[in-house]
Design a protein. Sequence first.
Length: 275
Amino acid sequence: MNSSSLTMTNDAPAVQVRELIYRYPDGRLALRGVDLTIVPGETIALVGPNGAGKSTLLLHLNGILPGKERSQPLHAHGNGQHARNGSEPAVWIDGLEVNAKNAPEVRRRVGLVFQDPDDQLFSTSVIEDVAFGPLNLGMSRAEAKRVALECLARVNLDDVADRAPHHLSFGERKRVCLAGVLACNPSVLVLDEPTANLDPRGRRRFIELIRGLTATKLIATHDLEMVLELCNRTVLLDSGRIVANGLTRNVLGDPNLLEAHGLEMPLSLKMGRLV
Ligand code: ADP
């Protein structure tokens, strides 16, 4: 099947990335041909050292990074099978090609929670922030407020609705961001370092919240203990390429693989091997 003939179907992968290459405008090649398929309902970890390309990949999933312009071939391929001609799409969500035309629908389907909540929160009150997405989707003010309050309750923050986001703790701000994303009812949830900079209680809360969500989840993280808890499959990215993609226990249980890519086996797995 030609890639351009892929249409939205119920059995389409939740996320499909094919031969994705991305070069930043300054010339740095961040993704060198990434292939990834995620089926609906999976929870996948994206791990790798700093600079591996994790954030760059996540930003392609809802089209924050540009579509067509990224398609500069690394080098020409003789058989043309993998050659990129500048018009071939590289990312699909639920079978829907990520491009400028589909951007509004793609952004409705893909909820992205940034690592730093301050990159995401901009309103003067929590409720306004969480209601922003639903309002943008065309809900009435009353309906958007109802959905926002419901989502704040889901992240156990119903008591902060009228407060200013910048008066909340870091962990609370992270949960407000999650509420804002949930308010748009995404089918794919993309989380960039969800547990970074959280204290142990905040981390535990966030992990349990993520565990309870039914959306397809892609989690970029250095928190390999969380990966063991939440993710059935782990994708290891380094230097813009996927170097491993398999069951979490196999990927995180391979000390040589981890060491070769700047990672360490999580302590609980190490201890499990010792006993
Ligand atoms: P990770 O999230 O795995 O730490 P990134 O996706 O942030 O990796 O970065 C991948 C590569 O792209 C790195 O070499 C990084 O320096 C580069 N990079 C990231 N953002 C930019 C940018 N805005 N401009 C140029 N290069 C960038």
